[in-house]
Design a protein around this ligand. Structure first.
Ligand SMILES: O=P(O)(O)OP(=O)(O)OP(=O)(O)OC[C@H]1O[C@@H](n2cnc3c(O)ncnc32)[C@H](O)[C@@H]1O
Ligand SMILES: [Mg+2]
Length: 197
């Protein structure tokens, strides 16, 4: 099988990528497989900058084509927070559980109609031989009052998807990929990737 390298240590993200890339005939490798010790600091101020930082660092290290994903949750009532800080919203230990608890607490007095939010996913592609580029996918929804569902990762248990009338965490990996920010970003990437890989 052809291989694709994703510069991530997030196992939930890796599963999302597998659901999207395996049907296209690619095996997904992550930092855990190719460079366990590598840790790229996300010092950018946008999803694009951070995705490019992660992709170019690993592409340089491996001398190979690499993709990276920088993503997060933008909540309208919080003026777009946690945004690029979604992974470390409740602290540097990056706990999905603590992040959700903090989010629900911050939105405790926000009424249902004002709990709109979106997931954003920016994917960067870098290689030793070409200019890196990015694509961006989004998924609109709303933050629920409580958790529901066991699939996915991150904020999926409290992210309500209106088109499915379900939480993101109630969808299978395939269902999520069909409507998610990550799925939408990859759709834009597909035509370009077949030329590159
Ligand atoms: O940087 P890498 O190693 O890829 O892993 P990370 O978890 O730090 O990834 P990001 O810096 O891109 O932060 C993304 C965070 O946004 C949230 N997030 C992104 N996509 C999500 C999704 O599909 N479902 C739920 N939460 C998501 C979740 O909290 C992630 O940890
Ligand atoms: Mg990160």
């Amino acid at each position: 099988m052809k291989k694709i390298i994703i510069a991530t240590k997030n196992k939930g993200k890796a599963k999302d990528f597998e659901a999207l890339f395996n049907p296209l005939g690619y095996e997904v490798l992550t930092l855990h497989d190719v460079a366990e010790d590598m840790d790229v600091e996300e010092t950018g101020t946008t999803f694009e900058e951070n995705a490019l930082l992660k992709a170019t660092a690993l592409a340089e290290h491996l001398q190979s084509i690499v993709i990276a994903d920088d993503s997060g949750l933008e909540v309208d009532a919080l003026d777009g927070r946690p945004g690029i800080y979604s992974a470390r919203y409740a602290g540097e230990e990056k706990s999905d559980e603590a992040n959700i608890t903090k989010l629900l607490e911050e939105l405790r007095d926000t009424k249902e109609s004002e709990r709109t939010a979106r997931f954003v996913c920016v994917i960067a592609v870098a290689s030793p031989t070409m200019e890196p580029f990015t694509v961006r996918g989004t998924c609109e929804g709303a933050i629920a009052q409580e958790r529901k569902g066991n699939n996915g990762f991150g904020y999926d248990p409290v992210f309500f998807v209106p088109s499915e009338n379900k939480m993101m965490a109630e969808l299978s990996a395939e269902e999520k990929g069909a409507i998610s920010h990550r799925g939408n970003a990859i759709k834009q990437l597909q035509s370009k990737l077949t030329a590159l890989l």
